[in-house]
Design a protein around this ligand. Sequence first.
Ligand SMILES: O=P(O)(O)OC[C@H]1O[C@H](OP(=O)(O)OP(=O)(O)O)[C@H](O)[C@@H]1O
Ligand SMILES: Nc1nc2[nH]cnc2c(=O)[nH]1
Ligand SMILES: [Mg+2]
Length: 168
Amino acid sequence: MAPDRLPHEKGFHVSWDQLHRDARALAWRLDGQGPDNGAWRAVVGITRGGMAPAMIVSRELDIRLVDTISVKSYNHQSQSAPVIIKMPDRDLVGDGTGVLIVDDLVDTGRTLEVVRATMPKAHVATVYAKPMGRPQVDTYITEVSQDTWIFFPWDMALQYVKPYRAGE
Ligand SMILES: O=P(O)(O)OC[C@H]1O[C@H](OP(=O)(O)OP(=O)(O)O)[C@H](O)[C@@H]1O
Ligand SMILES: Nc1nc2[nH]cnc2c(=O)[nH]1
Ligand SMILES: [Mg+2]
């Protein structure tokens, strides 16, 4: 096993195209589910990974009010207690009513626990979810097992791969 995959058993590699399709699927699922005649008031993306799906969801649902919340917790694959280092505009998000919080994935759920506490009435949506974090999410698209590490396109590059039967 490649050392950069430890301690997870499996790798789930997501291309830009796949992320685009899955974020669009998330938007379609959320369409018409907002509290104001089905409409959502604003999108809040959780930096940094939530910014790409937040952009796609806000584009699909024609939501022009977009803000971010910045949370720092993971350093590579090791997690420390999540800390909010930047809040969204309080006048915009209020208690979270009509706000869609968007992140790329939920793993342990610790990031969303901290974010939810700041906007208790918001709807939380992620593209991918692992079982431990699922209770923190209202809507998600694809579930992967807890021992899977999800690799996003912004963390990868195309590179040469040797054929299975490499010439001697
Ligand atoms: O459910 P949890 O166990 O809290 O993990 C999920 C969070 O971890 C990743 O972010 P990360 O902290 O790596 O920061 P980044 O988005 O800036 O890359 C991911 O984008 C989620 O925000
Ligand atoms: N890229 C990435 N970041 C994470 N943060 C917590 N879990 C994951 C994961 O599976 N992949
Ligand atoms: Mg993140």
